[in-house]
Design a binder for this molecule. Structure first.
Ligand code: SF4
Length: 303
């Protein structure tokens, strides 16, 4: 499968006056193919959203590169961003919709961007499982799950080749989470688009993703087919995340924190970034960063 999106050794730094530079993304690599669903998981603050925003051209790239359909992604103004073929669905569906405009008008913006004169906003509401007559209503008239479906309809209207969900289900109640995640997967795959689905909920990612990438402190520490990562996680961090999921129903979320403190991204540990929390840490882990994949751990160094 050729790559739709290729993120290579990406570094994104946050700089503010009088404060240390924070490397929110510190050398991350990731690929998404057409019609492929990649789940990006990790604890809050690990850099997932910063990576997603860089892919959309919302965060400038400090080092490394992002290519989409073979073209480099660079920071864009709002108008050009709509034309890139990348659409993002955000965590808070209410904040991402204009409260004063009817939802049909907001969906129509995307159709105009795509030059689509045959599809109606009601058609798109139909595709996301909402009644067509909802097009004439305002965002406050809907539940959180319905609003997120509307946000997805609006994103689809622009005919994206890559859909990014940045924690799109974390503000929804449990019953809506799997439905909205599955809907995003089905709509992306049916249209041949790629989906980068970011979540701290590993159990939902398992339901929809072809591959899982695990991020820790700005770096991808493990990537692999979903079943392989789920059944046989290799990186000690991935193993800890999976152990933290409540049993026996297999559903659950990542813990707020694992044992030990999450290191400061402005002053990451030398060597393996996970070593202060890793029960298997060796001398080499404190000295040298395991700078390889698919499992960035000295216990799994490629031969
Ligand atoms: Fe643990 Fe060492 Fe592997 Fe890092 S490299 S995860 S410290 S065993």
């Amino acid at each position: 499968m050729s790559d739709l999106l290729s993120v290579d050794d990406l570094v994104v730094e946050h700089r503010s006056p009088g404060r240390p530079i924070v490397r929110a993304v510190a050398g991350a690599s990731l690929k998404v193919g057409p019609g492929e669903v990649v789940g990006l998981v990790g604890e809050s603050g690990c850099g997932k959203s910063t990576l997603a925003r860089a892919v959309c051209g919302l965060n400038p790239v400090t080092e490394g590169s992002i290519t989409f359909q073979g073209q480099p992604v660079t920071p864009l103004g709002l108008r050009r961003r709509k034309l890139t073929g990348i659409q993002m669905v955000f965590q808070d569906p209410y904040a991402s919709l204009n409260p004063r405009r009817r939802v049909g008008d907001q969906i129509a913006d995307g159709l105009r961007t795509a030059g689509d004169t045959t599809t109606s906003p009601a058609d798109l509401l139909d595709r996301v499982g909402l009644p067509r007559e909802f097009a004439g209503r305002h965002p406050h008239e809907f539940s959180g799950g319905q609003r997120q479906r509307i946000a997805i309809a609006r994103a689809l209207a622009a005919r994206p080749r890559l859909l990014i969900g940045d924690e799109p289900i974390s503000a929804l109640d449990a019953s809506a989470q799997a439905q909205v995640a599955t809907l995003m997967r089905d709509l992306a795959v049916d249209s041949g688009a790629g989906l980068l689905f970011i979540s701290h909920d590993l159990s939902v990612v398992r339901l929809i993703a072809d591959r899982i990438a695990v991020m820790y402190l700005g770096r991808i520490v493990e990537v692999g087919r979903t079943a392989e990562v789920w059944d046989d996680p290799k990186h000690p961090y991935t193993q800890a995340l999976l152990r933290a999921i409540p049993k026996p129903d297999g559903m659950g979320v990542l813990p707020a924190e694992l044992a030990g403190d999450v290191p400061d991204p402005a002053d990451p540990p030398r060597g393996c970034r996970f070593h202060p929390r890793c029960p298997l840490a060796m001398d080499v882990c404190r000295d040298k960063e395991p700078d390889f994949g698919p499992v960035a751990c000295w216990l799994h160094e490629p031969t």
